[in-house]
Write a protein that binds this ligand. Structure first.
Ligand code: MSP
Length: 753
């Protein structure tokens, strides 16, 4: 069992380890989980969003006296991860360990208070997953059969439909799979699941997700294939090791394997299961609300109390994800504004459950308006006056602050506490924070109206001094309430303010029954200091620049890794001077691709490589029976660096290759390798961003006919939408792109078959 640094500090700071542990025995438990994140992509703000929300809930529950167990981790098996590792020239183990430690490192840097971080490659997890599999087998819910159908490697999802079907989640073309597999009798749980949803309206939240899931189940459930034989980066089926367990069964089980389910030490499982809240992004509702409860029912285990799905964090209008090339790293914001700024923004700006947009402008605006000018300013003006007029000593009259006009504030404070807690219970973080900031406005207005500085300038006699003291005490008590409430959301700032109020370590404070008037008289303020210094406009540009540099760096790293992978592959499969494989220069060409984009492109590459071959076949037909190869641009013919999976003709037919003419070509500012092209297909004109700027000047392309993949989902690159990709051979050591073309004149819009 592991604990985060912050989690450890929490326990060790307590009055005494054994006391604390004993006290925990009597506390109600609260088990909270996040999804475990795929290690094919490095952490970005989307992942941070869920984990921050979970951390906030965990802190709030602890503050209210719960024995919280907060679990997060990484999902490390499956074909997608195996393929990503190969692309970077690493073993899946090395690759997974590297990315997993990035997730963990980021959570630690942000001070997130997870109690356990599970990796699905750990032995404790593997053993327990195998135990679960055997249990389901023993109980008669697993049988062997043959699966022939479609599979989305990206989402690790079985998809119904003929070859060529697109994944309903990510839109990518599914792969055709035909394997002898183990099946889980999901169909046996259709009615039971529906009954459970009906009986427990809070099982799936929010309502919209619940309706979606119920409609899906009502549509009928088919048995689920739960093993694969075509790759082996996974947990072997006990007793039949050529099968690995389906990655979603492996991954979902983490919620119980981390607690020691089926192990020699099931104490945590007995203590914390069933989970109170399982937070997820909405796109994985089906796995969590259908498969997961069915597995648990089959194993005879209780179901989680609530699965809560939040919406997507959008950036530049679409879901933030590396495959779309529109990610922002948390690190950038941590460096410039700090973790609290990010936490506050995510929870205040986005209505939990709905999609919401991120932008640097909005982040800085919120930071300045609410944190620097709002909370920070209220704290600083109040405490500075207490120092100035009363030497930093506050009377803190406790429950004596009852007389008018203070009572208005007292009532407002009590209402604020109630409303905050009610909204938190409903996962409405944004509304909860709104309530606090509304209260803050009341206190601000009170200070402005009472103007204690003017009063003391008028007269400095004792009654006036007492009056001013009362005003400032009221403001200080309001700040105490506000600080206790916002602690789960902005813990660093709240801890600072708590100290400045002279109240010590906020993590040790008993905030369970937060109410007006609990400040003890005679408290001396701590040392004052800025809490949220105002951010200048320049902060926005700085963060944008950092993101651009980071993108460029990851591109460079990726190139180096790809070269390394190609080289090591060449070492094992042929002479060292062999050039890299022919490949397609996608809109985000190899040069401009991040690891996830590359991973993303892999499933398309199976189709992409034959495209180049087809082009060469047109140019230079080969006799029947001879292999078709890419055009020879070198003495030694280019060889694929890795064995590309074979595809059926139907798969190739799914790729819509067309001839287009370049009408506009220009460089993309601050992106050395990218060109923005406008290409004309005759029936349509569209924009493509291509990584070919180092090989072609914009002028040389205008009027040139090119081959494009016309049916690729659009993506954003450097803020520009790219609608398709240009087909090119990749030649030489550096993989220089050479555009595919024709000897004969071909009309634009013509399809390549
Ligand atoms: N490994 C699976 C989950 C297995 S859980 C048993 C997976 N991993 S993931 O890395 O793709 O992470 C998905 C989760 O990350 C989402 O469910 C969500 O919690 C978070 N997010 C990733 N991108 C996001 C956004 N752009 N917006 C909001 N949340 C996002 O799926």
């Amino acid at each position: 069992m592991t604990r985060s640094a912050a989690g450890r500090a929490r326990s060790l700071n307590a009055d005494g380890m054994s006391n604390q542990e004993n006290k925990q025995e009597s506390k109600p438990t609260f088990f909270l989980t996040t999804p475990i994140y795929y290690v094919n992509a490095r952490p970005h703000l989307g992942h941070t969003y869920t984990t921050v929300a979970a951390d906030t809930l965990a802190r709030w529950k602890r503050m209210r006296g719960y024995d919280v167990h907060f679990l997060t981790g990484t999902d490390e098996h499956g074909q997608k991860i195996e393929r990503s590792a190969v692309r970077t020239g690493k073993t899946p183990q090395e690759f997974a360990a590297e990315v997993s430690s990035e997730f963990r490192g980021l959570w630690d840097r942000m001070g997130l208070t997870y109690d356990d971080f599970i990796r699905t490659t750990e032995d404790r997890h593997k053993r327990s997953v195998q135990y679960l599999f055997s249990e389901l087998q023993k109980r008669g819910f697993i049988y062997k059969g043959t699966y022939s159908g479609q599979y989305c490697v990206w989402d690790e999802l079985y998809v119904e439909g003929p070859p060529g079907t697109h994944c309903p989640d990510c839109g990518r073309i599914t792969e055709t799979v035909s394997e002898e597999n183990y099946f889980f009798k999901l169909s046996a749980f259709e009615r039971k699941l529906l009954e459970h949803y009906e009986k427990h309206p809070d099982f799936i939240r929010p309502e919209a997700r619940r309706n979606e899931v119920m409609a899906f189940v009502r549509g009928g459930l088919r048995d689920l294939s739960i093993s694969r034989t075509s790759f082996n980066w996974g947990i072997p089926v006990p007793g039949d090791e050529k099968h690995v367990i389906y990655v979603w069964m492996d991954a979902l089980a983490n919620y119980i394997t981390a607690l020691g389910y089926g192990s020699d030490d099931p104490a945590n499982f007995e203590k914390y299961w069933p989970a109170d809240v399982q937070l997820i992004g909405k796109e994985i509702s089906r796995f969590h609300c259908v498969y997961w409860p069915a597995f648990l029912m089959a194993a005879g285990l209780p179901l989680p109390k609530s699965i809560v799905a939040h919406g997507w964090l959008l950036f530049e209008q679409s879901k933030m994800s590396k495959s779309r090339g529109n990610i922002v790293r948390a690190e950038t914001i941590l460096d410039v504004l700090g973790a609290d700024a990010l936490r506050y923004f995510l929870l205040r700006e986005i209505v939990f459950g709905q999609d919401g947009s991120f932008s640097f402008d909005a982040l800085v605006q919120r930071y300045n308006a609410d944190l620097a000018n709002g909370y920070g300013n209220l704290v600083s003006r109040t405490l500075t006056m207490i120092v100035k007029y009363f030497n930093g000593a506050v009377s803190f009259p406790g429950r004596s602050i009852h007389a008018s006009p203070v009572s208005g504030i007292e009532n407002a404070a009590s209402d604020c506490i109630k409303s905050f807690n009610k909204h938190f219970e409903d996962f409405q973080f944004s509304a909860a924070l709104e309530a606090v900031w509304a209260f803050m406005k009341i206190v601000d207005a009170y200070l402005t109206a009472e103007a204690p500085w003017k009063k003391l300038a008028q007269s400095n006699d004792l009654p006036m001094q007492n009056r001013v003291k009362q005003i400032l005490d009221t403001a200080a008590e309001s700040i105490r309430i506000i600080t206790a409430l916002v602690y789960p959301v902005i813990p660093d700032a709240a801890a600072k303010v708590w100290k400045q109020l002279g109240l010590g370590d906020i993590t040790k404070a008993d905030l369970k029954d937060l109410q007006w008037g609990d400040l003890r008289p005679g408290t001396k303020l701590g040392e004052l200091g800025p809490v949220f210094p105002r951010a200048e406009k320049e902060a926005i540009e700085r963060m944008q620049k950092m993101e651009e540099d980071r993108q460029a760096q990851s591109t460079a790293d990726q190139e180096a890794a790809s070269e390394q992978a190609a080289l090591s592959q060449a070492k094992t499969s042929g002479p060292a001077e062999q050039p890299p494989p022919p490949h397609v220069h996608e809109s985000q060409s190899a040069a401009a691709m991040s690891p996830e984009q590359e991973a993303d492109a892999i499933s398309q590459q199976a189709a992409a490589i034959p495209e180049v071959r087809s082009v060469s076949a047109v140019l230079d037909p080969v006799p029947p029976g001879q292999p078709i190869v890419a055009p020879a641009t070198h003495a030694a013919p280019p060889q694929p660096a890795e064995e590309a999976p074979k595809i059926a003709i139907e798969d190739f037919a799914k790729v819509e290759l067309r001839v287009a003419i370049v009408r506009v070509a220009e460089r993309v500012p601050k992106a050395d390798r990218l060109l923005r092209l406008e290409v004309d297909l005759g029936y349509e004109r569209r924009q493509i961003v291509a990584g070919i700027a180092e090989a072609y000047t914009p002028e040389s392309l205008i009027g040139r006919k090119v081959v494009i993949v016309a049916n690729l989902a659009p993506r954003k690159l450097r803020g520009l939408e790219s609608n398709g990709m240009i087909v090119a051979a990749s030649v030489g050591e550096k993989g220089k792109p050479v555009l595919a073309g024709f000897l004969e004149d071909v009309e634009i819009g013509a399809r390549l078959k």
